[in-house]
Design a protein around this ligand. Structure first.
Ligand code: SAM
Length: 259
């Protein structure tokens, strides 16, 4: 997977790419990240990448010519999908991560100031992504979020191939609680089921606790989850079935106490 990033602050990417899974993915050739400084494509002698907004108002707007020039130089024969990071974009979630991981090449455009000139967006951008309903100072952290989350879904990147499959959101549920040594800490013992050595019992426990956590923290997620017959039976045994059913019928407020 190849990422090209258009930014006026390429140095911001150095540290995140030099540690942990991203560093290993780069070293193994699973990903390539090419950083392109938009300022190198400025067209005036002061190398300006921004200017005042027509119509007045606060802040500055990123000029279209340096962006378009940089993109033209980067795209080449096998152009990537052009993604603008912007608060107006489609909200990023794990389904979006999986979808974008299907492209061989993404070109990520990082805005700054008050954003980019609308004509650049209209003509050159394939899609717009927001990483949440809040405002960052620039698109670089958002681009890093995409690079990080997409990379860990690529084949062979995570040490244990199951890690991504069982992540929170992968099945529409939050991940079950996890414990490691010691067996007792702060007066709290690791649940017996996890110490039983019985894989079926552990799987049942984890499923129930996933549903319980989702009911408590993100009940709206459960509306979209389809359960198998045996899972409904487990929910009934755990006393969660009515809460899940009510939620699926849209009575979300009634389940808050269920967890
Ligand atoms: N004035 C703009 C507005 O109200 O929509 C916000 C501009 S923001 C200060 C500067 C840049 O940060 C944006 O052009 C965009 O690239 C990036 N950015 C800010 N918040 C973002 C978010 N939630 N998701 C993705 N990118 C974001």
């Amino acid at each position: 997977m190849r990422f090209d990033v258009l930014t006026i602050f390429p140095e911001l990417f150095a540290s995140p790419l030099q540690e942990g899974i991203l560093r290993r993915a780069l070293a193994a050739g699973k990903i390539a990240v090419d950083l392109h400084n938009i300022r190198d494509y400025a067209v005036d002698k002061h190398r300006m990448t921004d200017d005042r907004p027509f119509g007045g108002g606060e802040g500055m707007v990123m000029k279209p010519e340096p962006l378009a020039g940089c993109l033209a130089a980067v795209q080449g024969d096998e152009p990537g999908r052009v993604v603008l990071l912007t608060p107006r974009g489609r909200t990023y979630n794990q389904q979006e991560v999986a979808r974008l991981a299907g492209y061989p090449r993404l070109v990520l455009i990082c805005g700054r100031y008050e954003g980019v000139d609308e004509r650049f967006t209209r003509v050159w951008v394939d899609e717009q992504i927001s990483i949440g309903d809040y405002i960052l100072t620039g698109g670089e952290l958002a681009a890093m979020v995409l690079i990080d989350s997409i990379t860990r879904l690529l084949p062979g990147v995570l040490g244990c191939s199951q890690s991504a499959e069982n992540d929170t959101f992968s099945h529409g549920l939050l991940k079950h609680p996890q414990y490691t040594r010691p067996r007792e800490f702060a007066g709290i013992a690791v649940p017996d089921e996890l110490l039983s050595g019985n894989h079926e019992e552990i799987a049942r426990y984890r499923f129930i606790e996933s549903v319980r956590l989702t009911l408590k923290h993100r009940p709206e997620l459960l509306r979209r989850v389809s359960f198998a017959v045996d899972e409904y039976m487990l929910l009934e045994q755990a006393g969660l079935l009515e809460a899940v059913k009510r939620l699926k019928k849209g009575k979300e407020n009634n389940v808050q106490g269920a967890a």
